[in-house]
Design a binder for this molecule. Structure first.
Ligand SMILES: [Zn+2]
Length: 206
């Protein structure tokens, strides 16, 4: 499996592609807003997106999900965040965007284990940024969405955000055994060992 990465849009959202190098089928994590850019990335690198995993429903991560779904890409999100994709919970109109609503194809829960295009992915519920935020674990990699960032954590001032929940979720990730590469929804990559030591929220008590 090979990892491809793309940062796009005003909010510099990170989109990741897990590509099965034999079949060239890909799992996309957080497609972002720009459909055309995703399609060009897919073509230029010679892979074929089959699955779209959303860490949460916010428009900067999920804006192009309806267009990708119309192409036949299967969309996955937590059962908790799924209604936000069609009830304004993406916050698109709050930021002057209007993306088509959708209902995901597969609703995820904590502990789900998926095998997508031959790639194993484990679902870890990490509520706090939204109540349905997820982290995806594959191999030695964690895709943390807006839960855990380089030396920081996600905002909790949006609807369904909860600071205590977020800190609990971050501590849940810190408690995973061993080290992981951390690929957040925005900003730079990091590692779990770096975050255990230097994250500004690692010493915060709930
Ligand atoms: Zn967000």
């Amino acid at each position: 499996m090979k990892l491809y990465h793309l940062s796009s849009g005003l909010l510099h959202v990170n989109t990741y592609f897990l590509v099965n190098e034999t079949t060239r089928e890909a799992v996309c994590i957080d497609g972002g807003e720009n459909y055309k850019l995703i399609k060009c990335t897919e073509q230029e690198n010679g892979f074929n997106i089959k699955h779209l995993l959303l860490t949460h429903a916010h428009f900067d991560h999920a804006g192009n999900a309806a267009l990708l779904q119309a192409d036949g890409v299967k969309v996955y999100i937590s059962a908790i965040d799924n209604p936000k994709l069609s009830d304004g919970g993406t916050l698109d109109s709050n930021f002057g965007r209007h993306y088509p609503p959708l209902c995901a194809d597969v609703l995820l829960r904590d502990g789900d284990k998926l095998c997508l295009s031959g790639i194993d992915v484990e679902v870890i519920a990490t509520p706090g940024h939204t109540d349905g935020s997820l982290t995806f674990k594959t191999g030695d990699m964690l895709f943390t969405g807006d839960t855990l960032f380089l030396e920081s954590v996600g905002r909790t001032d949006f609807p369904t955000g909860d600071r205590e929940e977020l800190i609990r979720s971050v501590k849940k990730l810190f408690a995973l055994g061993g080290d992981y590469k951390v690929f957040p929804g925005h900003e730079d990559f990091t590692t779990l060992s770096h975050e255990r030591e230097y994250n500004l929220f690692s010493d915060v008590d709930i």
